[in-house]
Design a protein around this ligand. Structure first.
Ligand code: MN
Length: 184
């Protein structure tokens, strides 16, 4: 439970519908999710399954297919693997209060040993999702600040505007539609 202590401590589960944090068994194929999270700041969260939890980065501008874009990615607390399916609203005033969309989901693999790569501050990885395909690198700068950069491969492009892909891959809903669900 230790790795999710921070996650559980930040949240009041009598108020939020987010899953209570518990360590899971490893999936055969490691899962990843990118959530669009409209809280105090509009951002995306990249989460990669590793050793029973989701390693998580908040990415203010989201991912890019253009290898020239260097996107800031801020390492945040581990999340439970069940968070991959969380879509909905976190009540105002609670931690992360706002709207969460399952923007993309799939499996991922690391180019080298993932734990060692994270320790070294250079994680090269491949995503197999619906919107995201191909290889990216996470490069540690300082403290919790990393850069997320597309690698050159058959998927890289400077012509794809990912902000146009703005519906949930789980439910097909827009952020506005998700936001209005629980205020009914
Ligand atoms: Mn977030």
């Amino acid at each position: 439970m230790n790795k999710l202590k921070k996650y559980n401590k930040k949240r009041d589960f009598t108020k939020t519908k987010e899953p209570i944090g518990s360590i899971s068994k490893r999936n055969k194929k490691l899962s990843f999710v990118v959530q669009h999270h409209l809280a105090r700041n509009d951002h995306y969260d990249l989460r990669l399954e590793l050793d029973g939890t989701l390693k998580s980065w908040a990415v203010p501008k989201g991912l890019s297919y253009n290898p020239k874009d260097k996107r800031l990615a801020i390492l945040v607390e581990d999340h439970p693997i069940s968070y991959c399916n969380f879509e909905g609203n976190i009540p105002k005033g609670e931690y992360g209060g706002g709207t969460v969309m399952v923007w993309d989901k799939g499996t991922w693999s690391a180019a080298h040993d993932a734990t060692e790569s994270l320790k070294d501050g250079m994680l090269k990885f491949t995503l197999k999702g619906k919107k995201l395909m191909g290889s990216w690198a996470l490069v540690k700068m300082k403290d919790d600040n990393w850069l997320l950069i597309k690698e050159n491969d058959e998927y890289s492009s400077d012509k794809i505007d990912l902000s146009k892909y703005d519906v949930s891959i789980k439910t097909g809903r827009t952020m506005d539609e998700i936001a209005s669900e629980e205020s009914k």
